[in-house]
Ligand binder design. Structure first.
Ligand SMILES: [Ca+2]
Ligand SMILES: [Ca+2]
Length: 310
């Protein structure tokens, strides 16, 4: 019902091992048989230095292959998923639409309830994420930026290392009522958790909940074969498409879907109870583009607009 977009229905085409729950949320199980301290840049953001990293996983899903080297310029990214409180401020300003439903999977009241102010906003479409971005003068991360922020430069599979560790994230544990739940572990949550919980699951750059809690919109259009031909420097994803990508897994997912290389696609107008987002930072990017703008005679206003594109 309300979990699905107010603008269109949910497209499940091609989602491996996923089901639509009674409330419309999407949950995923393992596909079968496959199996430094950061410098603070802005409030709640950490800096990810320029350089190369390995994106993708040759042992991962077919669309995560091949592993390939990618160079990214410096960027800064939110340490936390965007909270109900922060998103609510944008709604109050008139710059953002309220989420479609005010409840979460298990809570009748969620968005707007002070008890959940520090929990991730959910039920937001890709356009909602972009609107918030513009309000905050930031942008949605590219898929490459998200993945580097999640796994660093040493090809780890999870933000904390190579092995799944059920103590470091909110996933489909024994509190989850789906068939693939992990009955051996209690993470304390059947639903979303505060954005600053599970600090032990931080990425090499100190970014939290890159595995679990809510899936996160990224900016790229989905193309299953993109990794085979993507540019080596600052890839932006295909020029067009019909589905956007979400990353990181969430409350209804198991250890496979919470890896840092898992790519899940959604039509961009879906609003799910297990999908939120975080923002990528504008400070270094804006500074760089401002410099370029000066060199090329472009106004700072147009540079800023480019920076805010989703
Ligand atoms: Ca859980
Ligand atoms: Ca997350």
């Amino acid at each position: 019902m309300g979990t699905i977009s107010r603008r269109a229905g949910l497209t499940l085409q091609g989602l491996l091992g996923c089901v639509v729950m009674a409330t419309g949320a999407v949950a995923c199980s393992s596909p079968q048989p496959d199996t430094s301290a950061a410098a603070s840049v802005g409030a709640g953001m950490v800096n990810v230095p320029a350089g190369w990293f390995v994106m993708g996983d040759d042992q991962g899903q077919p669309d995560a292959r091949p592993a390939h080297r990618v160079y990214l310029d410096t960027f800064a990214i939110d340490r936390f998923e965007v909270s109900n409180a922060h998103y609510g401020t944008c709604v109050a300003s008139g710059a953002c639409l309220a989420p479609e439903r005010t409840g979460s999977e298990t809570r009748q009241d969620y968005f707007g309830d002070q008890a959940f102010a520090s929990y991730p906003v959910i039920g937001v479409t890709y356009a909602d994420a972009v609107a918030f971005c513009k309000w905050r003068k930031a942008r949605v991360p590219t898929e490459a930026e998200w993945e580097k922020a999640a796994r660093g430069t040493d090809q780890r599979i999870y933000p904390w290392g190579q092995q799944f560790d059920p103590t470091r994230l909110n996933y489909c544990d024994r509190n989850c009522d789906l068939p693939w739940r992990d009955t051996q572990h209690d993470d304390g949550y059947a639903d979303t958790s505060p954005i600053d919980a599970f600090a032990s699951g931080a990425s090499p750059y100190g970014v939290l909940n890159m595995a679990g809690n809510v899936w996160e919109w990224v900016a790229d259009w989905y193309d299953a074969s993109y990794y085979a031909h993507s540019p080596a420097r600052n890839p932006q994803g295909p020029a067009s498409g019909t589905q956007r990508i979400t990353r990181g897994g969430g409350i209804f997912d198991d250890h496979v879907f919470t890896t840092s290389t898992m790519r899940r696609r959604f039509t961009p107008d879906v609003a799910s109870t297990s999908v939120g987002f975080r923002l990528l930072a504008w400070v270094p990017l804006f500074q760089r583009r401002s410099t370029m703008a000066l060199r090329h005679g472009v106004t700072s206003r147009s540079a800023r607009r480019t920076n805010c594109q989703g």
